[in-house]
Structures are given as structure tokens and as C-alpha cells.
Design a protein around this ligand. Structure first.
Ligand SMILES: [Zn+2]
Ligand SMILES: [Zn+2]
Length: 730
């Protein structure tokens, strides 16, 4: 028995995990963990939500809620999605946990006491308009490398460049758009330069690392390590544990990597198990899974922190970081709407279908590309057409003709050939998994089922059955042995379907408690078979998405019922109201040009429909966090009324759909249909237009008192709304 520690990069709790991250760092460690457990090894795999830092603070600021509320919401959403995908963490926690705070502060303090951390002054951006320091993402600007605009001050979403806010071209404050100025402030620095030699020595035995990880790390070392500021002037985060400096917070990246250690300790506190056997026994190897933009934090900074803190702790053994997965040829980007969230994808597809495709295109050595067409094609031709087809034809034939696992007679050379390919494949898959070549392992698994199909065709058991029933039984016995090998070798990849398959071939217990060696052990003969059903199903994109490319990029509307709590005049605009709406679990401020159509008191208390995923926009200095839907009939402008509790999701729209710009919103066709009672009596199609309309009103013409709003070109959004025209037009 060996022990293996697996650390997985911490996802920021500022939004749902996207599918690129799944291929980059969440699926690979799960496959690795499951494999090691089948080898009888003890694995501790940890990660959690990164709840601190400017990514969370900025997102919370935009929603007008506390960072804690936002972070807890996405922790729940992401943890559920991770579980639903079958990712089996030993512990998936969060960085606001008290154990993490304690361990982080202890490590910081210890490095400070040993002079590995020191105090110095540095210049950071300060906005005199907002009267505050602007660390990291509080500054926006243009990327100095790829010239992408509107990038955040810690990293370019477009080209992946890690940067400091000072590197941005034309930096500006994210709150007020003013140009910030540099101001001196005292900060704490990690004396990284002092670890140059120790890290060079550490890297001497790392030639087995992936090339891009090795080169990136050596590049940093060759440039010479520089000391790094590890404190920030902001409210949200873990306070610096030095007297008189508690107002400053520990830099989120410095603190997040400590989570690998603190989570092991938290796990030990929860379960009574000993964490030190994983962290101090030198034969326990530490693997870290992450995407390439996080390499230096794990191959330079974290090892240096460990070395400085406690010589007895294990440093990373391997960091098999992945490259980026792109989306339909472009960089995944939340802000640009190029985004497929894991929770969304799980609504439409089986976990194993997602796991299959993401593994098949895993960006292990170079960037890869997610595309919907490729997803459907690989699912239908490989998972269903090859692997699933082999398993099903063997089991359903054996079931219908024999009702049990037939006995094997004498094996001829064709039988032996098939079995030797099976043995060879299982060994190769094992080697690939051992070396974190997950894509290779999956490819070999598919070659094995292709060989199985070939064997089945060559044998033609349907003909054998008529001529020589015993010979047919031998064929099926061999074919089922291959099915069993596939189930074990496939279990780390496709945990749900392989568990089902395990039962189909009459095996006891869970496949995830089975040993890898079981792959080559023949199943027991004469066992009664149950009727199998196919393990996988075809994907028909047209059933799920609209044909147009817009829908393929998952541009979806998030419409919710909301109650108007208050209406105020806009301080800087004659035609605008500032409206506060209740969305059930939170409130939002909306700016709407309804002043010419409604009196304040006519609107207050009304239940309306809000576009909840519209990019926030500043209207005359006040940020509008969405849009209230109204309809127009010549000079009558009328709010769409929803008779539902605040927060109710309008059926057919997607909760927490990714943000869309106003321009993208206009690409949705909205139809309002005349209705008499519940019966639709006619419809007209309209596109929401900006011209001729007050700002932030989506318009559709109406003539009657009830309407249904329809989305895009076909499927109706089931929106039970009443049109109630404002009684007077002012
Ligand atoms: Zn400002
Ligand atoms: Zn860039």
C-alpha cells in the first residue's frame, strides 16, 4: 500500500465552474485518485472554494451583496456540480473555514518570525475619488501583451498573462473609471530570492515533469527569483497576523495554496485520521493538478513556503498542469459570454458523457478545443457507437440466448489473440494512468472495445449458435471477459456507467471498491444474467439547442419575477427612475426610463419580470443591475406583470445563465401573443429595439390585456404575464 496526496487548484467562488476548468484541473485528479484506490493505495485528495481575494470582492460589489454571501452561494453551487460530475474529493472545503484561517496565519507568522517575510514600502494604485487602495482586480485596463481591453489587474483573460495592476495600459478604477495614482503603502514581502538555490536543487530531479511545466519553472529560475508582495490593502480576506497590521489582508494566492495543508489538518480534525502520514512520510508522493496559469504558484512559491515553514513537510512531487481548453476556437471567457458552466451542462447531459468528452479532449500537452459539434460526434460515434455498442451487443446476446454467463470450452488462436490484446491493453492503461496520461489511457480503452467488436464480428456468434452452441458459449465467455476488463479499466473514467456494468456481469459490491487486478480475472461462469439496457445514449444537439450559432454558445435568458420595493427619481436624469426590486433571495437596483409612463406610487408593490443576467450598465452615474420588461403599444408603455412570488424563475429561462450584453439581449426575438383566457389567438413577432424607446425597456407590441412572451424562434417561454397599462400617460 502506498499513500498519495492530491492537491487540486482552488476554484474562485465568484461564479459557476466552467467546463474548461473541468478539463484543466478537476477531472484529471479524480481519474488519478480512482485509479490509485483500485490499486489499493490510500489517497487524500483535497481542494475547496477560494472565497477570498478581489475576484470574489469585485463580483459581490457588482451584485450589491457581501463577499461572504456571494462566496457561500457559489461554494454550494460548485460543490454540488463537482459531486454531480462524480468528482470524489476526500474533502472539498472553503477558505473562510476557521482551520484554514488558523493555519494560514500560523504559516505567515512563522515565516515572518524567521525573516522569510519582511516589511517594506511599495507603491500601489490608489483612487482619490473613491478614497481607497485598488489591489489586483479593482483596476481595469488594456493588456500590455495582447492589447485586449477591459482586462482585470491580476490576469489577462484573453492571453493568460499574469500581471500587476501597474502593468496595465490606461489603468482605471473599477468603481468610478477615474485614473488611479500610485501611493506608498507598507506591505509584507515573501523573500523568494533567498530560495533560489534551494529551488534550483529541488528542480534537479524533476526531468520527468511535463515539458511546459518544466520550461515555465526553469524560465522563472533563470530570470532570478524576485521577492513578492503578499499583503493587500482591502477589507475582505484573512488579516495579516502581525500586531498593528491586522487591517491588511494576506494576498489571496499566498493564502489559497496553504489550503492544501490546512485542508489535510481539517480532514484530520473531522475524522480523527492522521494527516501527518500524508505530509511527513517521505514515501507519500504529492501531486498537484491545475491549469497552466497557476504553475509558478505551485512549482516555485508553494515549495518555497513549505521549505521556509517546516523542513519536514513534503514538497510537490509532480505538478502535471494542463494547458488551456478553448471554446469553439476562442478562449473561455465569462465576460465575453464564451462560457459553458458545469452546472448548466449537467442539466442537459449525463455526467459520464461529459467526462468522456472532456477526457477525450483534455489539454494535457497543448491547448485543446471544446466544440458542441465535436461533443455530439465523439459521444455518438465513440462512446455510444464503439464502447457502448460492444458492451450492449455482448450482454444482450448472452442474455437472450443463454440467460447466464456461458462456460468457456477450448480456446482457439482467435480467442487467445483477443485475450492477449485485452491483457496488453489493461497494462498499457495502467501505465498511462500512473503517468497522468489520461487521454492516452482512454484512447487505449476505446481500442480495446474496437478489438472486442472485431472479435465479435469475426466469430459471428449468431451463426455459431445455430451450428455449435458450445462454441458460441465460448465466444461469449471470451467477449464477457473483455467486457469485465473494460469495466475495471474504465471505472476511473466513467464511474457511474461502469458501476452499472459491474452489476450486469454479476459482480458483487461496488466497482469502486474492486481491485485493479480484477480486470484480468474471468467472471464466474453459469451466473444468471439480467436483461441489460444500453449504458449510453446519443446526443442530438438540435433537441437541446437552437440551430443558430447564438444558441450553440449557450446564450440564454434568465427571467425572474420580482417585486418593486421602491421607486425614486434619478438624481441626474429627468426621464429615469431608480427602482429597487426584490428577487426573493436578493435585491437589485434597476434604472428604467418609465417616468413618462408611470407615477412612482403606481409602480411600487407591482410584481414584474426582470432580465436577471444582463450585464450591469451605468446610466447617468447609477448602475442598473438588470432590466425590467415592459411592452409598448404605440404610445402606451406597460410593465409586464408576473403573478408569482419574487424570485420565481420564468419557465424555459435559465437560472444563473451567463451574463449577456444589451446587444446580445437584442438578438433575442421576443414575441408577445394575444390571448383570450388561456387560449392563444394570434401572435406577432418583434425584435426588441433600442431606438424610439426609453432606455432599459424591452419592447413588444401588445393589443390585449394578457400576453405570453416567447423566446427566440420556437419554444415558448412559459411566462404567465398580464399587461396592465399605466392608467395615465404623463
Ligand atoms: Zn474610484
Ligand atoms: Zn493579454
Amino acid at each position: 500500500m502506498k499513500r498519495v496526496f492530491i492537491g487540486v487548484a482552488w476554484p474562485y467562488a465568484n461564479g459557476p465552474i466552467h467546463i474548461g476548468q473541468v478539463g484543466g484541473c478537476y477531472l484529471p485528479p479524480d481519474i488519478f485518485k480512482r485509479y490509485h484506490q483500485m490499486q489499493g493505495n490510500e489517497v487524500l485528495m483535497v481542494s475547496g472554494s477560494d472565497q477570498h481575494g478581489t475576484p470574489v470582492a469585485v463580483a459581490a460589489e457588482k451584485e450589491g451583496i457581501s463577499p461572504e454571501e456571494l462566496a457561500n452561494r457559489y461554494h454550494e453551487i460548485n460543490m454540488k456540480a463537482i459531486e454531480d460530475l462524480g468528482i470524489d474529493f476526500t474533502l472539498f472545503t472553503y477558505t473562510t473555514h476557521p482551520t484554514h484561517k488558523r493555519v494560514s496565519q500560523d504559516l505567515f507568522k512563522s515565516l515572518y518570525d524567521k525573516d522569510h517575510i519582511y516589511k517594506d514600502t511599495m507603491e500601489t494604485f490608489y483612487c482619490s475619488n473613491c478614497d481607497k487602495f485598488l489591489p489586483d482586480r479593482y483596476v481595469l485596463g488594456t493588456c500590455p501583451k495582447c492589447q485586449a481591453e477591459e482586462i482585470k489587474g491580476d490576469q489577462c483573460d484573453e492571453c493568460g498573462l499574469l500581471l500587476d495592476p501597474q502593468d496595465l495600459v490606461e489603468p482605471r478604477c473599477m468603481f468610478c473609471n477615474e485614473t488611479p495614482h500610485l501611493r506608498e503603502s507598507e506591505h509584507f514581502f515573501l523573500r523568494l530570492s533567498a530560495f533560489q538555490e534551494a529551488l534550483e536543487e529541488y528542480m534537479e530531479q524533476k526531468d520527468f515533469w511535463k515539458n511546459h511545466v518544466l520550461n515555465f519553472t526553469k524560465g522563472w529560475l533563470e530570470e532570478g527569483l524576485k521577492d513578492r508582495p503578499i499583503s493587500r490593502d482591502m477589507d475582505w480576506g484573512i488579516p495579516v497576523p502581525v500586531e498593528g497590521y491586522e487591517e491588511k489582508k494576506i494576498y489571496v494566492w499566498f493564502e489559497a495554496v496553504i489550503g492544501y495543508l490546512s485542508t489535510a489538518i481539517q480532514w484530520s480534525e473531522n475524522t480523527g485520521n492522521d494527516w501527518e502520514v500524508f505530509w511527513k512520510n517521505t514515501d507519500c508522493k504529492h501531486y498537484y493538478f491545475l491549469a497552466k496559469d497557476n504553475i509558478p504558484f505551485h512549482t516555485i512559491i508553494w515549495p518555497a513556503m513549505i521549505m521556509g515553514y517546516d523542513e519536514e513537510l513534503n514538497v510537490p512531487y509532480n505538478v502535471p498542469a494542463n494547458q488551456f481548453m478553448r471554446f469553439e476556437g476562442k478562449q473561455f471567457s465569462t465576460s465575453r459570454g464564451l462560457f459553458v458552466s458545469l452546472p448548466d451542462m449537467l442539466k442537459d447531459f449525463d455526467a459520464d458523457a461529459i467526462r468522456y468528452y472532456i477526457t477525450a479532449i483534455m489539454p494535457e500537452l497543448r491547448d485543446s478545443n471544446f466544440s458542441w459539434d465535436d461533443f455530439a460526434e465523439k459521444n455518438n460515434s465513440e462512446l455510444v457507437g464503439n464502447l457502448g455498442n460492444y458492451i450492449h451487443r455482448v450482454l444482450s446476446f448472452a442474455y437472450s440466448r443463454f440467460g447466464k454467463i456461458p462456460k468457456a470450452g477450448n480456446l482457439d488462436s482467435r480467442d487467445k489473440e483477443a485475450l492477449s490484446i485485452m491483457e496488453e491493453s489493461v497494462k498499457k492503461i495502467s501505465r498511462a494512468l500512473e503517468e497522468c496520461r489520461f487521454k492516452d489511457g482512454l484512447r487505449i480503452l476505446l481500442e480495446l472495445s474496437r478489438e472486442g467488436n472485431r472479435y465479435f464480428n469475426d466469430r459471428a456468434p449468431w451463426a455459431e449458435y445455430k451450428e455449435d452452441k458450445e462454441r458460441c458459449g465460448t465466444t461469449l465467455n471470451v467477449a464477457i471477459r473483455i467486457v469485465k476488463a473494460i469495466s475495471i479499466a474504465g471505472a476511473p473514467y466513467l464511474p457511474n456507467s461502469m458501476e452499472t456494468l459491474w452489476k450486469y456481469i454479476c459482480m458483487e459490491g461496488s466497482i469502486h471498491d474492486a481491485e485493479w487486478e480484477q480486470a484480468l480475472v474471468p467472471p464466474q461462469e453459469e451466473q444468471k444474467l439480467d436483461e441489460p439496457t444500453p449504458l449510453y445514449s446519443s446526443v442530438h444537439l438540435e433537441d437541446i439547442f437552437k440551430e443558430d450559432s447564438l444558441m450553440k454558445e449557450m446564450k440564454k435568458l434568465d427571467l425572474r419575477a420580482a417585486k418593486i420595493k421602491s421607486v425614486e427619481d434619478h438624481p441626474n436624469a429627468d426621464r429615469l427612475y431608480v427602482i429597487n426590486v426584490d428577487l426573493g433571495d436578493h435585491s437589485r437596483t434597476l434604472v428604467a426610463g418609465l417616468k413618462s409612463y408611470y407615477r412612482k406610487e403606481e409602480m411600487t408593490g407591482k410584481k414584474v419580470v426582470v432580465v436577471a443576467n444582463l450585464e450591469p450598465a451605468k446610466l447617468r452615474g447609477i448602475e442598473s443591475q438588470g432590466m425590467v420588461l415592459a411592452a409598448e403599444d404605440n404610445e402606451i408603455v406597460s410593465l409586464l406583470i408576473a403573478n408569482a412570488e419574487p424570485g420565481t424563475q420564468i419557465e424555459g429561462t435559465v437560472k444563473d445563465a451567463k451574463q449577456i450584453s444589451f446587444k446580445e439581449f437584442q438578438e433575442f426575438e421576443i414575441q408577445v401573443v394575444k390571448a383570450e383566457g388561456d387560449k392563444l389567438v394570434g401572435k406577432e413577432e418583434y425584435e426588441p429595439v433600442e431606438e424610439d424607446l426609453p432606455p432599459n425597456i424591452a419592447a413588444a407590441f401588445v393589443e390585449d390585456s394578457r400576453a405570453k412572451v416567447l423566446k427566440a424562434s420556437d419554444e415558448p417561454v412559459q411566462l404567465d404575464v398580464e399587461l396592465s397599462a399605466g392608467s395615465d400617460i404623463h
